[in-house]
Design a protein around this ligand. Structure first.
Ligand code: GUN
Length: 298
């Protein structure tokens, strides 16, 4: 058997078109949806992500405010900048690219962002809203995975979803969203402490790889007919590649695609969905503010 390769770019394009249309409506009433993107330092992967986000904002006719700070920026300076962005009525969303340099505490920085502008969905208030099911911004990558499953009509009701990874950005929120009533999956979370990982992954109807370990999941760990969603983005050295590295996921694509029913490629799978959901959150933040309804986010 050979899996259907999920075209994340195409699904993301549809989501982005919707955001672009909503942006046109806002612009017609004089509101320019604006995301402030804060990058501290010059980590190459982060620079590349931020550049991609800014390009997508421009394509959707949104305003990207590009704030690049030196790696030597102090935690206080960064928190002061966030305070200024919180107070700026032209800014609808704030994104601080992670990871931050070691001397800056990420939790302090995330907590400084006004939850009404937390389009990443990382603030504890946003996380609490997600868990309880009250309105708030959902984190982009996990939400993108859910939208992808729905768009492809992959059955989730009563399905067994196995999430490999427990990060705050992907694994934990995804496990939460999969267990919500509208998705209704039975969820297993695996992590570095899991004994006999393959025993769990082989029972997954929906297998989600978010461990940050290149090619961790091989075909023999996949149940025949499972949908395999690969959230991993790993740079591995490759002398034959122009840049000297290649991007690979957490799934060994060659062997897993022989067994799965659906599989996402890396790149071109989940990645484009993350950006599409970010744009949607920015439009939503602008709509809520222009309707004077920002309190519903809190
Ligand atoms: N670093 C890796 N993924 C993300 C993300 O979705 N948002 C932010 N802010 N930083 C990240």
């Amino acid at each position: 058997m050979s899996a259907i390769i999920i075209d994340g770019k195409e699904i993301a394009r549809r989501v982005r078109e919707d955001s672009a249309a909503r942006t046109r409506t806002l612009r017609a009433s004089g509101v320019e949806p604006c995301l402030a993107v804060v990058l501290v330092g010059e980590d190459p992967a982060s620079v590349s992500y931020v550049t991609g986000k800014e390009k997508a904002l421009a394509e959707a006719a949104m305003v990207g405010r590009d704030l690049r700070l030196p790696a030597s920026t102090s935690e206080t300076e960064l928190i002061d900048l966030i305070g200024a962005l919180n107070a700026d009525p032209a800014v609808h969303g704030i994104l601080v690219q992670l990871p931050l340099p070691k001397h800056i505490r990420e939790d302090r920085v995330i907590m400084a962002i006004d939850p009404a502008k937390d389009v990443d969905g990382f603030h504890p208030v946003s996380v609490g809203n997600m868990v309880i099911g009250t309105p708030g911004f959902l984190p982009c990558t996990p939400h993108g995975v859910i939208v992808m499953l729905k768009e492809l009509k992959i059955p989730t009701d009563g399905a067994h979803a196995v999430v490999v990874g427990r990060s705050n950005i992907v694994g934990k929120p995804l496990a939460n969203l999969l267990a919500r009533r509208d998705v209704n999956a039975t969820v297993t979370v695996c992590h570095t402490g899991t004994r006999n990982l393959a025993e769990h992954t082989r029972r997954a109807d929906i297998l989600i790889a978010a461990a940050g370990r290149p090619r961790l999941l091989t075909g023999d760990m996949v149940k025949p007919g499972a949908a395999v969603i690969d959230v991993g983005v790993n740079r591995v050295e490759d002398a034959s590649a122009k840049k000297g590295y290649r991007l690979v996921g957490d799934v060994d694509f060659a062997s897993a695609s022989e067994v799965a029913s659906y599989i996402t490629p890396v790149p071109g799978g989940v990645g484009p969905m993350t950006i599409a959901m970010l744009l949607r959150n920015v439009v939503e933040a602008a709509e809520l503010r222009s309707a004077g309804a920002e309190r519903t986010i809190r």
